[in-house]
Write a protein that binds this ligand. Sequence first.
Ligand SMILES: [Zn+2]
Length: 52
Amino acid sequence: MNANPSGCRWCGIEQREHARRWKPPVGWHTWEQPTQAQIKQRMQDRRARRTR
Ligand SMILES: [Zn+2]
């Protein structure tokens, strides 16, 4: 998934364009702040993709 580092912790969509989304396993949800570990992981993923 092409998640934004600051995107929702469940689906990676940015807060301003999120509204309500359905995504397993959480189901319907509003934007939630990602954990520090998630932000770090996403930045690492993004860096890995760029170097390929
Ligand atoms: Zn979400």
